[in-house]
Structure formats: structure tokens, C-alpha cells
Design a protein around this ligand. Structure first.
Ligand SMILES: [Zn+2]
Length: 105
């Protein structure tokens, strides 16, 4: 089956569960591939959920998210905390991460 690579857009033969060509797979560090794969399958995730999913240190996850952000592959989605019965939510909004590539919108 021919699929477009999520990262470079090249058509390639794929029977993989998520479309990254072999070139990109060898260029990108494994942790970044794992982050992209995790977001690809789960949609939008909190950093803590990425940490849980990948079993990698928070700082490593964050550093690599920033790298992927500068490459324009992922984006931050700020989400307000839901209001409670005591009134409007307090605290900073949750920051979620999602892929900028390979998503229908
Ligand atoms: Zn590629």
C-alpha cells in the first residue's frame, strides 16, 4: 500500500501502523518518532500523558517537544480547566500537544 510519509510527504510502500518513511525514521531520533507516533494515535495529549505513555523523563519529553515545535511538526493547544461548582477554574490552563502534520482539519 502506498502512503504519504507524515514528515516529508514522500510516497512510499508502507504496511506500518503509522506512516513514517525509512529515510525520516533514520533521520529523526527514536524519542521524536515515538512522540509523533503517540500523538498520531492518541490525538491531543498532556505532557504528563506523553511521559506516562513513553516512560521517558519529563525533561526529555519537553526538550524533544520543543524541537518538534521548531520543526513545525507539533503545536501547543491551551485548554482552560473546566469550571467547578465553586465558580470559574483557577490556575494556569492545561497545555496539550497535538500533531500539525497528518491530521484532517
Ligand atoms: Zn519521510
Amino acid at each position: 500500500m502506498k502512503t504519504n510519509c507524515l514528515l516529508c510527504g514522500k510516497k512510499f510502500d508502507s504496511d506500518m501502523k503509522f506512516p513514517i518513511c525509512f529515510d525520516c525514521d533514520s533521520i529523526y531520533p527514536q524519542i521524536q518518532i515515538n512522540l509523533i507516533e503517540c500523538l498520531y494515535h492518541n490525538g491531543t495529549l498532556l505532557r504528563s500523558e506523553l511521559v506516562d505513555n513513553l516512560g521517558t523523563a519529563r525533561s526529555t519529553i519537553y526538550d524533544n517537544l520543543l524541537i518538534l515545535e521548531t520543526k513545525d511538526l507539533v503545536k501547543r493547544v491551551k485548554k482552560r480547566r473546566p469550571d467547578t461548582s465553586d465558580g470559574p477554574a483557577r490556575g494556569r490552563p492545561n497545555v496539550l500537544w497535538s500533531l500539525k502534520v497528518g491530521v484532517e482539519s
